[in-house]
Every structure is written in C-alpha cells, then in structure tokens.
Design a protein around this ligand. Structure first.
Ligand code: PLP
Length: 230
C-alpha cells in the first residue's frame, strides 16, 4: 500500500519536471513555453506549475472552467481550440490570449463581446489537411489591406498562430513553418510597425513532434502537450 501511493504521487511529478527541463534546455532566450494541458489532469498541471510553468493551453470551455476554478490564479490560460461564438462570453474572463481567431466573423464577435481589449492571434492555415481552421495567407493579406481586422476596438492583434501538416516529412514541415514566418515578418513590417493598438510580436508555432523545426523557423511560442504530460 505504501509503495502504491508513493508511486502515484511522486512519479508524475518527476516525469513532468524532467520533460519540462529537457524542453526548456532547448528553447532559445525569449521563446515562450505554452504547456498544453488539454486532456491532462489538474494534478499533472500542478506538477508543471510547481516546476515553474505559468502558461497553460486549453481547447474546450468546460475543461478550462473546471481547471481554472481550482488552480492558482497566477496561471495565464491560453485558448487554443476552435472558438464557437456562443462560448466567447464565458471564455473571455478566463484567458490571457486567444490563439484561434480563424475568421472575420469571429474577430468581430470577440471584439463586440469583450468589455476590455483582448489579446488574440490570427490563425493561419498553411497545412495540407483540409480539416484545419484558419485564414489562408492570401485572405489575411487582403483583409489587413482593407483594414478589416485592425479596427476592432477591443482586439489587440498579438501575432499569428499556425500548425504544420501532420507528417514525418521534415522538408514539408519546414516549408510550412517558413511560409508562416515570412508572412508574419511581412505583415508586421507592413501593418504593425507603428501600431499603438497591436503589438504583433508573437509567432505561435510548433507542437511536441515538430517544435524543433518551428524554432529553427523563428517561432516565439511553442505549444507543447504530450511531450510534457505523457
Ligand atoms: C493539442 C494541441 C497542441 C499540443 O499538441 P501536442 O502534440 O500534444 O504537443 C498544440 N496546439 C494545438 C492547437 C493543439 O490543439
């Protein structure tokens, strides 16, 4: 009995702490580690918190609410899943950054619902899979050219988020992350260099299986779940 409970309470702690240390040792200065805690327990999140982590990512409202209610208040929660308009009102007070603004309609709805300015990333679709949400690079270019996204009073455009294709082909992943990085640099210099409202300094790309490639391509924030928690 003693050994069973001993194993249960100390093993995840050690494992999660070691995973975080291993990942952190590879991150360049200034890159943010977002611990993607969706599907993982409050207990596991506490282990990562005790290891010093403060940024956690969730993709569903109910799970986010349940966890935020019982975990420390200085956690910065990030919403990384597809956001339905009927969930905006409840998500807003809980999160510090929404990674998944994937349509003009959603941008408008978030700005309308917000009572204070909210930091968001524009999600860009660069992967080959059809199922991924997001603006195409061309669509984003033309919306920004028309000033369609910059003028929402309650949105602070903080940068871009993207995902590469789920593939083992490193060259393809490189190409997709490279495309995101070039788009990010171009949009930043064209539309945001002198903006007081929009910081546009976050490029959120890279997950457990491809974050090294994302870092090589200029990611400033990696979203890592399974390599930390499982
Ligand atoms: C789940 C998820 C991640 C983390 O994926 P892992 O492979 O577990 O690292 C990152 N970004 C988004 C948008 C996700 O939904």
């Amino acid at each position: 009995m003693f050994f069973r409970s001993y194993t249960k309470t100390t093993m995840p702690n050690t494992r999660i702490r070691q995973n975080i240390q291993a990942i952190r040792s590879t991150l360049p200065e200034g890159v943010t580690l977002l611990c993607v805690s969706k599907y993982h327990t409050v207990e596991d999140i506490r282990c990562a918190y005790e290891a010093g982590e403060r940024d956690f990512g969730e993709s569903r409202l109910q799970e986010l609410q349940a966890k935020a209610a019982v975990l420390p208040e200085d956690i910065r929660w990030h919403f990384i899943g597809h956001l339905q308009t009927n969930k905006i009102k409840q998500v807003l007070p809980l999160v510090s950054l929404i990674h998944s603004i994937d349509s003009l309609r959603l941008a408008q709805a978030v700005s309308r619902t917000a009572t204070v300015p909210v930091s968001v990333l524009l999600e860009v679709h660069v992967a080959q899979e059809d199922s991924k949400f997001g603006f195409s690079p061309a669509e984003l270019q033309s919306l920004l050219k028309e000033n369609a996204l910059q003028e929402f009073p309650n949105l602070r455009l903080a940068g871009l988020m993207g995902m590469a294709s789920l593939t083992d082909d490193a060259e393809q992943i490189q190409a997709e992350f490279g495309c995101l990085k070039r788009l990010f640099d171009e949009l930043k210099s064209t539309y945001f260099e002198a903006s007081a409202q929009h910081p546009f300094d976050i490029l959120s790309m890279g997950m457990s299986h491809d974050y090294r490639l994302a870092l090589q391509n200029g990611s400033t924030l990696v979203r890592i779940g399974s390599a930390i928690f499982s």
